[in-house]
Write a protein that binds this ligand. Structure first.
Ligand code: ZN
Length: 229
């Protein structure tokens, strides 16, 4: 067992002796809950030229697993979440793929101790590469302004508060020439209002980056996108 897997196993013993979806003892995610999460990829129209795919719906077991991974440090869930993200990405493109993550808020990064979405993206890239879809993760974006999380705000309020907060990292943009032939997918853990996603794509397009699509582990069902400014 690798050191990373051993650490995951130890953390699970401390943090989660039961399935985070149904509390059955013995594992952090039981086969029944995994099957419920791993149903279908949803496609969304965001009123844009790029397609959006989500690997699961942000409810029930999926919501519990994402929160356990992100807020409670159950890192053994990175694998299943990476698989869901990989499935969403594979519906958008099948060739060499560059996964671009959205940087976390500084306060979130401090409290969690790591960029959990980045971890999921790396796991997704590994899963895709294993099925002959060469994939890499690049962090092309940075937060120009950090307004903090937008929990509790309406879609329109989020859209307004987030506009202009992200920008492309010029050095990484220049290095993109190394990835000629790769299609670029913006990835996130959850898409709720879509405001953050819009801002990420806007910042990349301003820098001349051509986006092939957006993928997330999960999306909030029955949302009307794009957000109304
Ligand atoms: Zn379960």
């Amino acid at each position: 067992m690798s050191a990373g897997r051993l650490l995951d196993a130890c953390l699970d013993l401390v943090l989660s002796r039961a399935c985070v979806g149904c509390q059955v003892l013995g594992t952090s995610l039981c086969p029944t809950c995994w099957a419920a999460m791993n149903q279908q990829v949803d496609f969304h129209s965001m009123g844009s030229t790029w397609p959006v795919a989500t690997g699961s719906r942000y409810q029930d077991q999926t919501k519990a697993v994402i929160i356990a991974h992100k807020e409670h440090g159950v890192r053994s869930l990175t694998g299943p979440l990476g698989i869901l993200l990989a499935r969403a990405i594979a519906t958008l493109t099948c060739g060499p793929t560059l996964l671009v993550t959205i940087p976390p808020h500084r306060r979130s990064l401090r409290s969690r101790g790591s960029d959990t979405t980045l971890q999921i993206a790396h796991r997704a890239a590994r899963a895709l590469s294993q099925v002959n879809q060469p994939s890499q993760v690049q962090q092309l974006l940075t937060r120009r302004i950090d307004n903090g999380k937008q929990v509790g705000r309406s879609a329109a309020q989020r859209h307004s508060a987030i506009a202009g907060t992200l920008e492309a990292r010029q050095k990484q943009i220049v290095n993109l020439q190394r990835f000629s032939g790769y299609r670029i997918i913006v990835v996130d853990d959850v898409i709720t209002t879509g405001a953050t996603t819009f801002e990420a794509v806007r910042a990349l397009e301003v820098a001349g980056v051509n986006i092939a699509g957006v993928a997330a582990v999960a999306g909030t069902p029955h949302r009307s996108w794009p957000p109304t400014p």
